[in-house]
Design a protein around this ligand. Structure first.
Ligand code: C5P
Length: 310
């Protein structure tokens, strides 16, 4: 029997860095939001103990992959005699600030908890998976949440109405540590307050979000990557956009759109202009799950033009 789960990407509606910690990490206040761009994980029981991981793209040594690390951590702590084969289909761009690796790791733990019938509560999975990466815990439940600490302390909030977005990946891999390193040379600002939840979440719209969107890592990401800077400059004036921001540590740029058809048109246009891989997506209310939120899967700009994407 194969269990299939879909791991969503995220964007950050708000991200402020409030200081540097003794452990080298940065203290954050961030609003994370799951969106309808998914990796897919297939799980099968294996009779011998251990994890076997395969992927549609070259992952390098599996032991370094977050899925493998999360799966093996769960096995070692809670099911040493169990085994599983996991196949990962990657669609979420890597090094993009979209949390793909973290979401895959969380979804691997959620999947194996079910496959091996361990019945661990969500809180236990959140705690365990945060050992693998700072923003993994969010993806156990997904939706929208206020996250603090390294990003691993999660306060889940009621969903906001569906918002349409375009996510543009400018074909630039931006390592998160490089962006934090740059920011740590510019920590002389007054931290901003998060106003995202001052409005009832259910009242948010494409028109209200520009008032609360902010990302402290945006300027650092733009300083670190000339490639991102170039695409940022080329996308300043696009039709149907109410707000534009770098997602997390980048390099993906998110565009809040008035409606679905404007999102599809802009994703297509970005790909025609050769700016990178562009996806029309919407906000979703869950983390790793069997559904891609009832068929609302992100649409690649080039797929709409009838081309096949890789
Ligand atoms: O925890 P994770 O492995 O995802 O973090 C990747 C890198 O991002 C860390 O090694 C660190 O350089 C930086 N980081 C940080 N503060 C955070 C989260 C990440 O400095 N709160």
């Amino acid at each position: 029997m194969t269990l299939t789960l879909y791991a969503p990407a995220k964007i950050n509606w708000f991200l402020e860095v409030t200081g540097k910690r003794p452990d080298g990490y940065h203290e954050l206040v961030t609003v994370m939001q799951a969106v309808s761009l998914f990796d897919r994980l297939d799980f099968q029981v294996k009779n011998e103990p251990g994890i076997e991981l395969s992927c549609n793209i070259d992952l390098g040594p599996p032991e370094k992959n977050l899925v493998y690390r999360a799966a093996d951590l769960l096995r070692q702590r809670h099911a040493p005699a169990c085994g599983a084969r996991i196949h990962l289909e990657k669609l979420i761009p890597h090094g993009a600030g979209l949390g793909g690796g973290s979401s895959d790791a969380a979804t691997a733990m959620v999947g194996l908890n079910r496959l091996w019938k361990l019945n661990l509560p969500q809180e236990a999975i959140e705690k365990l998976v945060s050992e693998v990466g700072s923003d993994c815990a969010f993806f156990v439940r997904g939706g929208v949440a206020l996250c603090t600490g390294r990003g691993e302390i999660i306060d889940h909030k009621p969903p906001i109405p569906e918002i349409d977005l375009v996510i543009l990946y400018p074909n630039v891999v931006l390592p998160t540590p490089d962006v934090y390193r740059d920011l740590s040379r510019h920590l002389d600002y007054q931290p901003r307050t998060c106003y995202f939840f001052h409005v009832k979440p259910e009242l948010h719209s494409a028109n209200s979000l520009p008032n609360v969107i902010f990302n402290r890592l945006e300027e650092a990401a733009l300083r670190v990557s000339a490639g991102l800077r170039e695409v940022w400059q080329q996308t300043a004036q696009e039709a149907g956009v109410t707000a534009r921001f770098v997602s997390g540590s980048g390099s993906a740029i998110a565009f809040v759109m008035h409606d679905r058809s404007a999102a599809h048109a802009l994703a297509r246009l970005f790909e025609q202009r050769g700016l990178g891989r562009a996806f029309a997506v919407k906000t979703v209310t869950v983390g790793g799950s069997e559904q891609q939120n009832a068929g609302h899967r992100g649409v690649r700009g080039s797929d709409q033009a009838g081309e096949r994407s890789g």
